[in-house]
Design a protein around this ligand. Structure first.
Ligand SMILES: [Zn+2]
Length: 309
């Protein structure tokens, strides 16, 4: 922008008065002011017109609480309540910036980097010495959440919705029909898989039953109570209740979580293939990394906050 302004000025001046070389501070400040005015003219058109007419902003404007005014150069500034303080002019009357503007985003990103990736409050405090972005707190937090450097230093794991219970956990079978044994050796269970299904004897008087049948009755009672009183508790998803925004899909850039290694050293990769399960949720993906293809579960992945369109 500074070079554009210099070019226009040079066209209008005599050859020996033309400016060349690196930009001076007044030139950069002038360019900043031009940009502020352009952004404000687009976002606060009606408010500026209202101020030009009546000196005040309309009482139902979103700027009303800031008591804004136009300075001599035409920049919309916060009137505020610090008029009698000894602070610099720009701190007393920072220039108002809209919340949805590329220019505002750039200012925030620049300030965040200049302050060596400081947190929201520090960044906003520093910006407000010169600018007053509307919805500043939320906006700054949003921008910082998109900062890759900060994310890599403190990655967030993406959790798909909590899974359905596997069939083996909610179907009545004899003990040890399904086992998950990590360390013991295999052992033989004598079970007649082809026996007839047992009759329902829950409501039969135990006195009329043989020892074996009484045992069966206890088992059946247990199953009844388990189905009635406990299984309902499993319906609820106690955590990971909703599909997060970072749904795993091909094209996303991810970090591969590794134990005993600091996050900044985690491997970077791109999801190339997903494996949705029966309810359509992706929990396992293939990731292309510099060390080749790796298959990983969601718990070992952190999705980087980059929009892939
Ligand atoms: Zn950062």
């Amino acid at each position: 922008m500074s070079y554009v302004i210099r070019f226009i000025k040079n066209l209008r001046s005599k050859p020996h008065e033309r400016l060349t070389g690196s930009l001076s501070i007044p030139e950069i400040n002038e360019a900043t002011n031009v940009l502020i005015k352009l952004v404000q003219a687009e976002a606060f058109k009606e408010d500026i017109m209202h101020i030009q007419k009546t000196k005040y902003v309309s009482h139902n404007s979103k700027l009303a609480s800031l008591n804004p005014f136009l300075d001599q150069t035409g920049i919309l500034r916060v009137g505020g309540r610090l008029r009698n303080s000894l602070y610099a002019y720009t701190k007393k009357h920072p220039a108002v910036l809209p919340s949805k503007s590329h220019f505002t985003n750039l200012i925030i990103d620049y300030e965040h980097k200049r302050l060596l990736h400081a947190g929201g409050q520090a960044v906003l405090g520093s910006i407000r010495d010169v600018f007053w972005p509307l919805n500043g707190r939320r906006l700054v937090r949003q921008r910082i959440r998109k900062c890759l450097t900060c994310f890599r230093a403190n990655p967030v794991q993406s959790n798909p919705i909590m899974g359905e219970l596997p069939i083996t956990r909610i179907t009545p079978v004899r003990p040890f029909t399904i086992t998950g044994v990590d360390y013991a050796g295999p052992f033989l269970i004598k079970d007649a898989l082809s026996t007839f299904p047992e009759e329902d004897i829950c409501s039969v008087n135990p006195a009329r039953l043989s020892n074996y049948k009484q045992l069966q009755q206890i088992v059946q009672h247990f199953w009844c109570r388990w189905s009635k009183e406990y299984v309902n508790n499993l319906q609820q998803r106690t955590k990971w209740k909703q599909q997060t925004a970072n749904e795993l899909k091909p094209g996303l850039m991810v970090l591969l979580r590794e134990d005993n290694v600091p996050p900044l050293k985690w491997l970077l990769g791109r999801i190339v293939k997903t494996y949705p399960d029966s309810d359509g949720t992706v929990r396992v993906v293939d990731i292309k990394t510099r060390n080749g293809m790796i298959t990983r579960a969601f718990s070992k992945i952190c999705v980087l906050p980059i929009d892939i369109g």
